[in-house]
Design a protein around this ligand. Structure first.
Ligand code: PLP
Length: 369
């Protein structure tokens, strides 16, 4: 008996990711598959890596694509740079900071955490005091904490970390492509991201970059790496030395390449401005409806908005109504913010004026039900 062809619904993805993708990106997925050692693939890979250097704001030679979603980039960062028994400091103010912590513990590191309530961020003075006291080998933080809507000032962390010569891992899963990451200027040593948020492609790949300082540290590593698949040296040997490592997903690579080309065509600054402008319009609209934002002004992620659930409103019912009546996906909060916030993404193709007003109309309707 043959199964029916799939007909997935076309949702309007106003959640914290994945985002909508442009038709050019979808078309790229259907292009002919080539093998992982095909010279054509390496041409695509080289161009993709160059475009990634542009969005990361880096000249790092080690800028490549890790197979898997954002968590795969996270695990590559932690597994390669956090050695067993070394001190690993995490700035913990949300769910993905907890995931970083968990990965550090699984690597056998001595984990220390600077904790803040979900939705708050870290200032330079307090960050410096923490790292001076703890003297970690590596620190990690989440640039745009998708679980809370808070945007961390990168330089507050990198400046503090430099004082004790610690490497800095930055999670740029939500920020890359939607707002400036500026890896080199800000002094980030290792950054990873995903293909399905600020870059607005399909999920499945994790852009990654590591500074020469970080790579020197990796070469001097005292303990062997337990991971094989996410061994950064092996991955570099594949991209630079053309030595087979794994069977890359060429369709996902074509799609990533196309989404990066779209970003380049729009211009990075134009794209950042567009996200910021529409974020401000959305916040104005939400506040006009009487909602309060969870994160203080000035510390909000432009592409993930987190209004508080108003008193007496059942957030699951609102989300269900949006999905069933308007075909709109948004997300709720989790952990300490479960039932307390909505998470509304405004990224890539949906970061525009008409989508903002379409969303606000539907949301107003959903809140009334
Ligand atoms: N880090 C952050 C900040 C995220 O928002 C996410 C996913 O939402 C991840 C890491 C994990 O990425 P993925 O779900 O692509 O594995």
């Amino acid at each position: 008996m043959s199964e029916a062809t799939l007909h997935p619904p076309t949702r309007l993805l106003f959640g914290p990711g994945p985002t909508m993708v442009e038709p050019r990106v979808t078309e790229a997925l259907g292009k002919p598959i080539v093998g992982p050692l095909d010279p054509y693939f390496f041409e695509v890979a080289d161009r993709t890596r160059e475009l990634l250097r542009l969005v990361f704001g880096t000249r790092n030679e080690t800028t490549l694509v890790v197979p898997g979603t954002g968590s795969s980039g996270m695990e590559t960062a932690v597994a390669n740079f956090v050695e067993p028994d070394s001190k690993f400091a995490v700035f913990a103010n949300g769910y993905f900071c907890d995931r970083l912590s968990e990965m550090g513990t699984r690597q056998g590191a001595r984990l220390v955490r600077f904790e803040k309530p979900w939705g708050e961020v870290f200032g330079y003075e307090e960050a410096a005091e923490f790292v001076r006291r703890e003297k970690p080998s590596v620190v990690a933080f989440v640039h745009a904490e998708t679980s809370t809507g808070a945007l961390q000032d990168v330089r507050a962390i990198t400046k503090a970390a430099r004082e004790v010569d610690a490497l800095v891992i930055a999670d740029t899963v939500t920020s890359l492509g939607a707002l400036p990451v500026s890896v080199d200027e800000a002094g980030i040593d290792i950054a990873y991201s995903c293909s399905q948020k600020g870059l607005s492609g399909p999920p499945g790949l994790s852009p990654f970059t590591a500074s020469p300082r970080a790579m020197d540290r990796l070469r001097a590593r005292k303990t062997p790496l337990h991971q094989w698949y996410l061994d950064l040296k092996l991955l570099s040997d594949y991209y630079d030395g053309r030595k087979y490592h794994h069977t890359v997903s060429t369709p996902l690579f074509y799609a990533l390449h196309e989404s990066l080309r779209l970003i380049q065509e729009e211009g990075l600054q134009n794209r950042f401005d567009r996200h910021l402008r529409n974020h401000l319009a959305l916040v104005r609209g939400l506040e006009a409806m009487g909602l309060e934002m969870h994160v203080a002004a000035g510390h909000r992620i432009p592409n993930v908005n987190t209004p508080r659930v108003p008193e007496g409103v059942d957030d699951a019912r609102v989300r269900k109504h949006l999905l069933e009546k308007h075909g709109i996906e948004i997300a709720g909060g989790f952990g300490p913010l479960a039932g307390k916030i909505f998470r509304i993404g405004l990224m890539g193709p949906l970061a525009n004026e008409s989508s903002v007003s379409q969303f606000l109309d539907a949301f107003r309707d959903a809140l009334r039900t």
